[in-house]
Design a protein around this ligand. Sequence first.
Ligand code: CUA
Length: 314
Amino acid sequence: MGEVELFLPAASSEAVSTDGKLLGLIVISGLITLLVASLIGIFAVRYRRGSKATRKRLPTWFSKDIETVWTLATAGLFVAIFAWAASQDFALAVPPARSTQIHVVGKQWMWKVEHSGGQREINELHVPAGETIELVLNSQDVIHSFYVPAFRLKQDVVPGHTQHMRFNPTEIGTYHLFCAEYCGTQHSAMIGRVVVMSKEDYADWLTRQPEGDDLQEDGRRLFVSKGCAGCHYGSSKVRAPRLAGVYGSSVPLADGQVVTADDQYIRDSILQPRRDIVAGFEPIMPSFAGALTEGELVSLTAYIRSLAVDETAR
Ligand code: CUA
């Protein structure tokens, strides 16, 4: 950090593969440029005015064949490059078996980070090296874009949507974090740093953070204080869907669709409860849009997720 660098550090395995793609494209374009330039040179000399080179007309089938060959060859090359690049992007879209989940909320004009143990930071993100990190990104107001050049990754964060960003940090160090989407007057100040630490240092760092409630506990308290418990607890008189075990399950809706209860579904159900009505229930839940901050939504979702495994919390 600090001085101007011609080559950015490649601090994640995604950065290495992205650099590989860039290098591959430069080599391929370089070779083609070299071929075309040398042919121009050779022909210019060979067929210059006054040279004795034969200018016999070639049969038409020859030029037709050569045209077909290079059209197919370049088309094939493009498809191969596309398949190569796409396979790496698809690999990133697959949820990993095991990952460290960290929640990030973008708001004018800062990045708020919450670790699953409740540790919070602003405009800083501490991650352990050698593990798959999964960022769960939300925006509280406008479109922001989470951009870490050293990881070669950039993800737009759109209000109302939950985005996921996965990476494997490899190099220990401190790297720039930017907002890469113009989001208002202080957009240029919405910067921070990503600190990649060894696993031991990261564990140590986590324990040194001020005690905060973990997300789950925070969510459990909100569940009661915001009145969710009044209808969604087993003992309540109002008929509302029980939430134990709902996370990750298939939910049949009144309109015949079946959806999977993931983060986005939980979030939509809180903010737009009349959109996806669970089969057999009345649309009586009020919307909580505006009543909850992004951080509170994250905590509530973490609590509801915990109910999937922890049956005693019913
Ligand atoms: Cu947030 Cu630009």
